[in-house]
Design a protein around this ligand. Sequence first.
Ligand SMILES: Cc1cc2nc3c(=O)[nH]c(=O)nc-3n(C[C@H](O)[C@H](O)[C@H](O)COP(=O)(O)OP(=O)(O)OC[C@H]3O[C@@H](n4cnc5c(N)ncnc54)[C@H](O)[C@@H]3O)c2cc1C
Length: 421
Amino acid sequence: MTIVIIGNSAAAVGAIEAIRKVDRSIPITVISDEPHSVYSRPLISYLLSGEIKPDQIYYRPKNFYEKNGVQTLLGRRVVKADFEKKKVQLENREKISYDRLLIATGGKPFIPKMEGLDIAGVHTFTKLEDVQKISSVLKEVQRAVVIGGGLIGLKAAEALSKGKIEVTVVELADHILSLTLDETASSILEKALKKEGVHLITSNTVEAILGENGVESVRLADGRLLKTQLVVVAIGVVPNVDPFKETSLRIEKGILVNERMETNVPDVYAAGDVTQAYDKILKSYRTIPIWPNAYVQGKIAGYQMTGNKKYQYEGSFMMNSIEVAHIPTISIGLTIPPSENGYQVLKKIDRGSNVYRKVILRGDTIVGAIFTGQIDRAGIMTGLLRDGVKVKGFKKELLSEQFGFISFPKALRKERLLNLK
Ligand SMILES: Cc1cc2nc3c(=O)[nH]c(=O)nc-3n(C[C@H](O)[C@H](O)[C@H](O)COP(=O)(O)OP(=O)(O)OC[C@H]3O[C@@H](n4cnc5c(N)ncnc54)[C@H](O)[C@@H]3O)c2cc1C
């Protein structure tokens, strides 16, 4: 049996490590259009700002593939798949056969239609290559515009601003991080960002990028012109399903997978940002584009592809962690309840110290939380949410600064502490 994996990131590594736990001899081939060994995508902004050195970006040692007996086809793109014949086709028309296929092609940047996207100085921000391109022109850049005030946009903005570049973030929603934070949490981060010299323009968008031989300015929807030499388009990522569009693979927002990471096509699995999988809080199928989720899905797919059926995906939920202007922030699950019916929101804020805690309950279980300023209790909260623990007896304690195992009723404390072992 031969396993072929398309993609070489979190989900692929999860799969390789799981397969090798079960079987040392199954041939594995990894195909990726990026030429590098696997690296930590969430760290690319720290590479741009110089906070980490180039060799610290790698997620596994250089001998990872050799040690795991993995054949690599790096810098090669899959353009087509023939599921009947069990082959994938590369750009140069070469065909690679598989017995089991894992699609781990992740996300690709979402780029809205806009005038001037082809002018030199316009970049996306999802790959090591993007950092290399931006770094190579930084010396000539005094001003930058980042389109998108979500996680990726803010990471890019902070990295550029640390390099003494005057940065403006343009965000369509009326507050930054609008998909994961409420207005209160955003306002804390917005104030701190402005204090650090990052300009924020919300409820607005870039309509056109202007320049002759390079970017000179951008035109906003309200007609304003902003001078800039660099534009970073960082609106978000969408599942990268391009090679499979003309196939029988079931794709909605992403590739639909079940609890065994199987797609609707026999012997074809999918894992990571490319999938649409079960969200246990929203009780629906959605994309959950975060690193730990991609690794876990890859791991489950890896076990399943070897025939080991022990590990199944029980669903996940959104979780984001970001430090903006020295304020650590974590959001978990459902951060803005869809209605007042059936939900209870507990909140506490200290604007002086930028500490904000919000917990959202559905009945007696936690379904979401936001922490800014102090995030050290977020891990315990995540555990309670993940396991659907009833918090009826200690709801009041959830916002306390001292919240921890000590706040739990005795029986629950014992059970949770035993679970830690
Ligand atoms: C700037 C940035 C910051 C982030 N910060 C965080 C964070 O703080 N925390 C967090 O949890 N997550 C973060 N994420 C998200 C996280 O990086 C992703 O969830 C994770 O990388 C998904 O892993 P994956 O294996 O599904 O796919 P990806 O990491 O997207 O990798 C897919 C790979 O497949 C390759 N590929 C795609 N199509 C083809 C093809 N046709 N042929 C060959 N190869 C192909 C791609 O080039 C890529 O190398 C961040 C992402 C970005 C961009």
